[in-house]
Each structure stands twice: as structure tokens, then as C-alpha cells.
Design a protein around this ligand. Structure first.
Ligand SMILES: [Mn+2]
Length: 347
């Protein structure tokens, strides 16, 4: 949770901004955080950050293009030095809200940085939960729920949500039961795949969501949302095929489920979340091979430490995230080495 003072400060930043630009992590937690702040403030543009692992300097172009007077960065653990340098030159305030563990010394003095991991009472709930704590708009509670359950988190306002939308919920107190088995979860899955669409379609989806009055408007297919419903059906078909393949592997695997795939579409974190839900006592490693580089998504108890150790000494390898959920990138030629390292460390 944020402190009362932090909430007040962030609100003041938002109110001071005439034309804020919200950069957000390209997932539902990032997206829903943006939606909550934008809908509360009634202004501002949102841009999903697709660069990985950091927010790269090229995104500064958006600041100029959109004439932003304030920059908010939501749910992104890393911002490149180059980006900060550009921002510095034009003297635009930056407010960065995050919940990842990072090297705090990399944060420049001029940045307004908020991360409850640095508070006296440490926590790392989704950014969506923090943004809901800031805006407290009851009519947006469904958006807040979507962001939270996508990050595997059941927030304190769940009971309020259930009272209002019992038809969209399940009786479970488990985030992934909600994500995979309820209608609010279906919204989360629709948005996840929608973010992976072409830029024009993503922009249309954002516009739709900024105005959406209820979760039913998202769930019921109509002329305004048909493109992201179509996208969902498409990606979901591919996703289901990959998931079924991985499940077969998982049934044979002992402690580590290692699943590798390729193609044009990266859906690794969705796969690793779902696999960790199905195989609760296994460590999940999903590798997405694209040319010379391979993105890795892992889930499992204390996986962060093991992952970081296993990429030590691999040239160009990077990674970071939460204790139980880590993403990273290695060279494709190092996959076997990485796999062996991880096995050794875990045994
Ligand atoms: Mn995120």
C-alpha cells in the first residue's frame, strides 16, 4: 500500500498535469493502472511499453509527438539512462510508480519514484491496486479487479467487487481461479491478447476502455469491440494449442517444467502463469525463441534467485522481476547451458 502522504503527492502530480502521458507495462496490470488514473483525471494519453526489459530512449518521441507536460511510468521496472537524459533536457516531471525489486541507485534524483517495497510497511501488490487506492472510483472497481487478478493478486476490495458483480465472479479467494474460471477473468484474458495486437487496434481498444461504462460492455461483442474480440479468439486458439502441448510435457516432468516454443507471437507470461496454476509444485520455465534471442518467463517459489544465478556468466543475459515470477532474455545459443545451470542450482 501507499502511505497517505504518497497518495496525496501522486494526486497532486496528476492534477498539476494538463496533458499527461502514461507509459505503462504492456500487460493488464500496466493497462488497468493507466485506465484507473486516466478515468479519474479525465485526461491523458496512454502508451504501452513494448521494449523489454527497459523503457528505451525511442519512446521519448511520444512525449514530443503528444506534447506531454508530465510523464507517468506505471509498472515498468527499468527505464534506460538515455530516456532519462532526453526527459531531463526538456525538464518534464516524471512520476514512476512500480512494485518490482530493482537497483534503487539507478533512479535519478529528479524522478518522483513510488514503490511500496521502499515503505516502512513493505508490500508489492499490483500497481492497479495502488492506483485504485489513489482514485477510489467505485464505478471502476471491475477494472481494478482485472489488473489485480492478472498479476495473481486478490485485493482488499474483492468483497466489494463480489457484492456488486457476483455474476462475474467465482466463490474462490484465489486469483488464478478468478482469472481462468470467471467472467471478470475472461475480461483480463481478452485485454491481455488485445495488447498484443497491431498498434492501431491497441489504440482503438484503449479508446474503448477509457469510455466503457461497465464490464458487460467489454464482454458483449458489438461493433465497437469486435476487433479485440476477434483478436482474442485468434490468439486464444494458438494459446490453447501451446498450453496443451506444455501440459503433456508437464505430466512427464519431475521438478522443472521446461517448455520452448517459437513463432511470431510471444505469450510466455500467460503460459507460465497458467502452467503454474496447473502444476502447483513445479517450477515453470517457458522459453520463447525468436532468432538469436530467447525470452524466458519463469514461475515458482524463490525462482528469482535461481534464475539470476543461472544466467551468471552468460553473455548478454538479463532478467528481473518478483521473487516468484521472473522474466529475462538470453542468447538462443545459450539455452542448453542455461537449462543445465538452472537444474544444478535447483538440485
Ligand atoms: Mn506488469
Amino acid at each position: 500500500m501507499l502511505t497517505r502522504i504518497q497518495v496525496k503527492e501522486i494526486k497532486e502530480h496528476l492534477e498539476k498535469s494538463q496533458n499527461p502521458l502514461f507509459f505503462f507495462d504492456n500487460d493488464q496490470d500496466g493497462l488497468c493502472s493507466f485506465l484507473l488514473l486516466q478515468r479519474w483525471l479525465g485526461r491523458g494519453k496512454g502508451v504501452p511499453i513494448k521494449s523489454f526489459p527497459d523503457l528505451i530512449p525511442e519512446y521519448f518521441r511520444k512525449v514530443k509527438e503528444l506534447g506531454a507536460d508530465y510523464v507517468f511510468v506505471l509498472d515498468k521496472p527499468l527505464i534506460s539512462k538515455g530516456f532519462f537524459e532526453e526527459i531531463r533536457k526538456v525538464n518534464i516531471p516524471v512520476v514512476w510508480i512500480d512494485h518490482h525489486t530493482i537497483d534503487w541507485t539507478l533512479i535519478p534524483q529528479f524522478v518522483n519514484y513510488y514503490n511500496p517495497l521502499l515503505n516502512k510497511k513493505k508490500s508489492n501488490e499490483p500497481i492497479t491496486a495502488l492506483c485504485y487506492q489513489i482514485t477510489k472510483r467505485k464505478e471502476d472497481i471491475w477494472i481494478a479487479m482485472v489488473g489485480c487478478i492478472s498479476d495473481g493478486f486478490v485485493p482488499y476490495f474483492y468483497t466489494d467487487f463480489e457484492k456488486k458483480y457476483s455474476d462475474l465472479s467465482t466463490n474462490s479467494m484465489e486469483a488464478f481461479d478468478l482469472l481462468y474460471k470467471s467472467q471478470i477473468g475472461k475480461i483480463a484474458r481478452i485485454l491481455s491478447f488485445g495488447l498484443k495486437d497491431r498498434t492501431t487496434n491497441v489504440i482503438n481498444m484503449l479508446k474503448f476502455l477509457i469510455k466503457a461504462k461497465s464490464p458487460y460492455e467489454v464482454l458483449e461483442e458489438n461493433s465497437k469491440n469486435s476487433s479485440f474480440h476477434k483478436r482474442f479468439n485468434q490468439v486464444n486458439a494458438r494459446y490453447t494449442r501451446l498450453l496443451n502441448k506444455a501440459i503433456i510435457l508437464g505430466k512427464k516432468a519431475d521438478r522443472i517444467l521446461f517448455f520452448q516454443y517459437g513463432g511470431d507471437l510471444s505469450i510466455s507470461s500467460e503460459l507460465s502463469n497458467n502452467l503454474s496454476y496447473i502444476f502447483r509444485d513445479k517450477l515453470i520455465v517457458v522459453a520463447y525463441v525468436k532468432g538469436a534471442k530467447t525470452n524466458i518467463s519463469t514461475r515458482g517459489e524463490k525462482i528469482r534467485e535461481a534464475f539470476l544465478k543461472s544466467i551468471e556468466g552468460l553473455e548478454g543475459a538479463i532478467g528481473g522481476g518478483h521473487e516468484n515470477a521472473v522474466g529475462g532474455q538470453i542468447k538462443t545459443e545459450d539455452i542448453e547451458k542455461f537449462r543445465e545451470n538452472l537444474k544444478k542450482i535447483l538440485n
